[in-house]
Design a protein around this ligand. Structure first.
Ligand SMILES: N[C@@H](CCC(=O)N[C@@H](CS)C(=O)NCC(=O)O)C(=O)O
Length: 217
């Protein structure tokens, strides 16, 4: 069996997939697509994913994109350490919480959006970071309100069991911290992310633990 993740240290979407593979103890190799160097636009990568984004998962030559779809595939293919309950409502709830960040926040802060802000509206790095912080904060407030409003979370998004939504929420908090957004807006969300990162297999997938990440002095 061969499982290859195309990722990059900084990518929040790649983190979601890396965390799931690691949590489920699935052996995989990671190929680096350096988003800063523009590897996502190379001819070789274009052949694999003409959307020019990561993550991409190759399982025995079959390729998948979009982190949420990949997480579902991983769950169905390798059921150990399940990350999705059987109940239809609970599944939909977890997908819905995941999409708060995967669909509604993260796409606003990815490199192609920040590059567009720079090229078209002259935003320098500080302006782009302020933009990212704004959307991370909006996302945090929305997620926190939803988590509290439904009252289903315990240590994790649904009770005390890790699910695919936890990888999504954790990616949101990691990104918010990288951009120095105000995570104090969302204490429950932060608690869930911290509980995830207290699990060694999830922590090992953290962006700052990957090759190429800046080393803290
Ligand atoms: N919705 C996609 C997001 C994919 C995405 O935008 N990935 C970012 C990295 S986190 C990327 O490859 N960006 C390249 C770019 O913006 O040029 C997913 O969840 O997989």
């Amino acid at each position: 069996m061969s499982v290859t993740l195309y990722g990059f240290w900084r990518s929040l979407a790649a983190f979601r997939v890396r965390a799931a593979l690691s949590y489920k103890e699935i052996p995989f190799t990671e190929k680096i697509i350096d988003l800063v160097q523009g590897d996502q636009f190379s001819a070789n990568y274009h052949e694999l994913n003409p959307q020019h984004v990561i993550p991409l998962l190759d399982h025995d030559g079959r390729r998948l994109t979009q982190s949420l779809a990949i997480l579902e595939y991983i769950e169905q293919t390798w059921p150990q350490n399940s990350i999705l309950p059987k109940d239809a409502y609970e599944q939909a709830y977890l997908r819905s919480i995941s999409l708060f960040t995967i669909a509604d926040t993260h796409p606003l802060v990815v490199p192609r959006v920040r590059n567009f802000l720079h090229k078209t509206y002259g935003q320098d790095e500080a302006g782009q970071a302020a933009w990212a912080r704004h959307w991370f904060n909006e996302g945090s407030i929305a997620i926190e309100a939803r988590l509290n409003n439904e009252g289903l979370c315990g240590k994790f998004t649904l009770g005390d069991t890790v699910s695919l939504a936890d990888f999504a929420l954790c990616s949101h908090v990691i990104g918010a911290r990288l951009f120095e957004a105000d995570v104090s807006l969302a204490p429950k969300l932060v608690e869930i992310a911290n509980n995830c990162l207290a699990i060694d297999s999830i922590m090992s997938a953290h962006p700052l633990k990957q090759p190429g990440a800046p080393v803290k002095k």
